[in-house]
Design a protein around this ligand. Structure first.
Ligand code: GLN
Length: 508
């Protein structure tokens, strides 16, 4: 079997047993990236040399009889929102073009310590703001199932590279759906862990009370493998939970008898594509056949989710993005409009203070793309005196009500099921001119982040046109083992997650 056809679990087993070298596994995926990524644009940087060097070192370690890490030889693609000391970290923004962080994100450090092989950094919406990957300053990602369509976002590069078998697993981040929605639109499995389960240190901050890093892979079992390495307490992130990390891969096979899955009738309202609705209902039927009980529940404040999220997230973003001033790192403009190297003094004219302000303004005007500017303006407005109570403080109150909906629901059910997105992958350009239409794409995913709980998405069917359809499960805080187990049981009954896009087929 080709390494690109193996599950991540089988791949690391084969490397540990000596049936496959880390070098061979890495070469196969690098070759696929070289062959396919010209059409998909999933990668912003590929670390060919570094990956081959790491892989060779892992093989040498094994030969010498030294113990191997749990991900030994596993190629991993990392979203470009995570800091890497040996590769540029741009967040798909001109603002950070060429930036090389002085340290690794905690998640990246854990991947390296587990002997994973980082093959490259993946494309995304600029600063993770978007749902289609069209907000990247370095061109959109193309959905491997149909190159004229969006892969979703903001972790679109991570989703597309796994869907096209350019990496067996990838790391994404999810502030309002950015792991689950692109996973759904690309036909892969993606998990947003409970807030605080995974350290955010070294993740370029978008909205700090919502951001969470998680695994993207072809199956729940592969997500479990990756989560076990990246989860856990980090004293360097005050919001990371100081709790033991379960062995996520060990309890996957326990049957679902007795598990109650909530179904929200309001999810099936106007706007939900009938083909998506049909596939989602079929998935509920499959869960019932697997022993689960399906119970209709109400989430009374869910319809306020998008409005609440689009206040909380931009407010936090406007504060987080204030650091990009052209002085510390990233893009710096000269007052005259010419670009200067970082570290160069701003040109004067009208005194140092006005030159400095001009430099800030120009740097931000040139460095940020339109959606990021829109969010900064929305957030700054909603936080300003006179509007704070009406917008930001109000949004926080609604956020509490949304959270309470989840607490109430989880008194009655163990999981909540439903669609990830109202439609399958949309065309590139279809929504990019209409910010509101793009925000509404997040209808089914933002409440999970507002409540701080976990969610997973995985394929549950295909449209007649051959596009994947996603199913989402949400769970109470720290119930990742149940999310993974329920998805794994579903993936044993069905084979949607095994389908590959035509572009991923090996050349004859
Ligand atoms: N699409 C949402 C947004 O634009 C979610 C993004 C995310 O989760 N990073 O904010």
């Amino acid at each position: 079997m080709q390494p690109s056809d193996m599950s991540a679990v089988d791949l690391v087993t084969a490397v540990r047993q000596g049936d496959l070298t880390a070098l061979r596994a890495t070469e196969v995926f690098l070759e696929r990236i070289e062959r396919l990524d010209g059409q998909i644009n999933a990668f912003l940087a590929v670390d060919r040399e570094g990956a081959l060097r790491t892989a060779a070192a892992i093989d040498a370690k094994r030969k010498a009889g030294k113990p191997l890490g749990p991900l030994a030889g596993l190629p991993v693609a990392v979203k470009d929102a995570l800091c890497t000391s040996d590769l540029p970290t741009t967040c798909a923004s001109k603002m950070l073009a060429g930036f090389r962080p002085p340290y690794d994100a905690e998640v990246v450090a854990r991947l390296r310590a587990a002997d994973a092989v980082i093959v490259g950094k993946t494309n995304m919406d600029e600063f993770a703001m978007g749902g289609s990957n069209e907000n990247s300053a370095f061109g959109p990602v193309h959905n491997p199932w149909d190159l004229t369509r969006a892969p979703g976002g903001s972790s679109g590069g991570s989703a597309a590279c796994v869907a096209a078998d350019m990496a067996p697993v990838a790391i994404g981040s999810d502030t309002g759906g950015s792991i689950r929605q692109p996973a759904g639109l690309c036909g892969i499995t993606g998990l947003k862990p409970t807030y605080g389960r995974v350290s955010r240190r070294g993740l370029v901050a978008f909205a700090s009370s919502l951001d969470q890093i998680g695994p993207m892979a072809r199956s729940a079992a592969d997500c479990a493998l990756l989560l076990e390495t990246i989860a856990g307490h980090d004293p360097g992130d005050a919001t990371s939970l100081d709790l033991p990390v379960p062995a996520y891969g060990t309890d996957l096979e326990r049957p679902l008898e007795g598990v109650r899955i909530g179904r929200v009738p309001a999810h099936f309202g106007a706007g939900l594509d009938p083909e998506v609705a049909h596939a989602v209902e079929e998935a509920f039927a499959a869960f019932r056949a697997a022993g689960a009980t399906i119970i209709d529940i109400d989430m009374p404040h869910a319809d306020a989710g998008v409005a609440t999220y689009y206040l909380v997230a931009p407010c936090e973003a406007s504060s987080n993005l204030a650091r990009y001033d052209g002085a510390h790192y990233g893009h710096r403009a000269e007052p005259g409009g010419h670009r200067a190297e970082p570290g160069g003094a701003p040109a004067s004219g009208g005194g140092f203070e006005s030159a400095l302000v001009e430099m800030y303004c120009r740097s931000r005007a040139e460095g940020f793309g339109p959606e990021v500017k829109r969010r900064i303006m929305l957030g700054t407005y909603a936080l300003s005196a006179g509007y704070y109570d009406a917008y930001y403080a109000k949004a926080l109150k609604v956020r509490r009500l949304i959270r309470q909906d989840y607490l109430d629901a989880f008194e009655k059910v163990d999981l909540i099921g439903g669609p990830v997105s109202a439609t399958a992958a949309f065309k590139l350009g279809e929504k990019s001119g209409d910010p509101l239409a793009m925000y509404l794409v997040d209808l089914y995913t933002v409440c999970t982040n507002l409540a701080g709980v976990g969610g997973i998405s995985f394929p549950c069917g295909f449209t007649k046109g051959g596009l994947p359809i996603g199913f989402q499960l949400q769970a109470p805080a720290l119930a990742e083992p149940l999310l993974l187990r329920a998805t794994d049981r579903y993936q044993h009954l069905t084979d949607w997650h095994r389908r590959r896009p035509a572009i991923a087929a090996r050349p004859r």
